[in-house]
Design a protein around this ligand. Structure first.
Ligand SMILES: Nc1ncnc2c1ncn2[C@@H]1O[C@H](COP(=O)(O)OP(=O)(O)OP(=O)(O)O)[C@@H](O)[C@H]1O
Ligand SMILES: [Mg+2]
Length: 327
């Protein structure tokens, strides 16, 4: 007789197109009904398009036969909604007062650090007008979904991504949405996307301290904020403002990341402080939170991000970020 554990293990080998995850980790498996040698797999259909249910109908019976099930395998689908199935343990928002300092890059590297530590990780791209996560991970297709919800797109290392970019026909089309619509899109990304079982969901915020970042902090269950900045004087002032704003909203700052801290010149074995001396210690003290990492300016990062291959990055700062965050 095949045990439930064996059946679940076999189901783990059947990946749903799009997120490239199995129905167990997507929380779509309800239970099994046994009748003699026959098994019915009861599946919740939340966000699954017809092509995905057809895929499961062909792959699941084969996988269970392989695992030793002798009888007939039937799939029974019932309706459901992502909000009822999502189990996200930690939701962290990546923020800065200023644009272009590397929030999206840090969101990507944080996700990468956590996935390399063995966690199940997602990125919610809350930048509706300037989404940049899909490009960094080389995701250029469209997200799948159904009436009941949307499926994230899985990256090569299994990070679950949802972004407005995955819902638009052409990714270079500018999005001109007004505040309330943006707010709705972001809350929909939380409620109507099938994140399933996640240890960490990283929310990449749009720049500034205006509408969109506030909406996210108010309407999603954000456990903590990672604050990103670069070493310029002016930035320090703006970052302090952003830190104060987070405090006023009773949110915790889990850590700070200084980006573009320096450029390493191997020929001279020297660190060049391109943007001036670091304010990292001062800001960490001001926030009362740890400095998670100082990320160098790295041409390799630019190249990999442009190619959609950030997951190939081997710089030591990724592991550093992971260790510091998990401490
Ligand atoms: N440490 C770094 N080394 C090299 N390039 C970097 C580094 N950090 C960021 N960049 C590059 O700088 C640009 C801006 O970074 P990113 O998109 O992450 O900033 P952002 O804060 O998310 O911007 P926005 O405010 O528009 O959302 C990107 O092209 C990115 O590849
Ligand atoms: Mg960004």
């Amino acid at each position: 007789l095949t045990t439930i554990a064996e059946i679940k293990k076999a189901l783990g080998g059947v990946l749903v197109p799009g997120p490239l995850r199995d129905i167990v980790s997507l929380n779509l498996l309800k239970d099994f009904t046994f009748s003699g040698e026959d098994v019915t797999v009861n599946i919740i259909r939340a966000a699954l398009p017809d092509n995905a249910t057809r895929w499961l109908e062909s792959k699941v019976p084969a996988a269970l036969k392989e695992a030793g099930v002798k009888g007939k395998v039937t799939l029974a689908f019932e309706d459901g909604k992502p909000a009822a199935l999502n189990k996200v343990k930690h939701t962290l928002a990546v923020m800065s007062g200023k644009g272009g300092v590397g929030k999206s890059l840090v969101s990507g590297l944080l996700a990468l650090a956590l996935v390399r530590e063995g966690f199940q990780v997602g990125i919610l791209d809350a930048d509706i007008t300037g989404p940049s996560i899909p490009k960094m991970f080389g995701l250029d297709g469209m997200a799948y979904g159904s009436e009941s919800g949307l499926l994230p797109a899985g990256t090569r290392s299994g990070i679950q991504v949802m972004s407005i970019n995955l819902l638009m026909e052409k990714t270079d089309e500018a999005v001109v949405w007004r505040g309330p619509l943006i707010a709705r899109a972001i809350t929909q990304f939380w409620e109507e996307v099938l994140w399933g079982e996640l240890d960490y969901l990283i929310v990449d915020l749009p720049p500034g301290t205006a509408d969109a970042p506030l909406t996210v902090l108010q309407s999603l269950p954000i456990e903590g904020v990672v604050m990103v900045f670069t070493p310029q004087d002016l930035t320090a002032l703006i970052v302090k403002k952003a830190i104060n704003m987070v405090r006023r909203m009773d949110k915790k700052i889990v850590g700070l990341v200084e980006n573009m801290s320096y450029l390493y010149i191997p020929e001279l074995d020297r660190r060049l402080e391109v943007f001036g001396p670091s304010h990292a210690r001062e800001l960490a003290e001001f926030a009362g939170s740890p400095l998670l990492a100082q990320i160098p300016l790295d041409p390799e990062l630019v190249k990999l991000c442009d190619r959609g291959e950030i997951e190939e990055y081997t710089g030591p700062v990724v592991a550093e970020l992971g260790r510091a965050l998990l401490k």
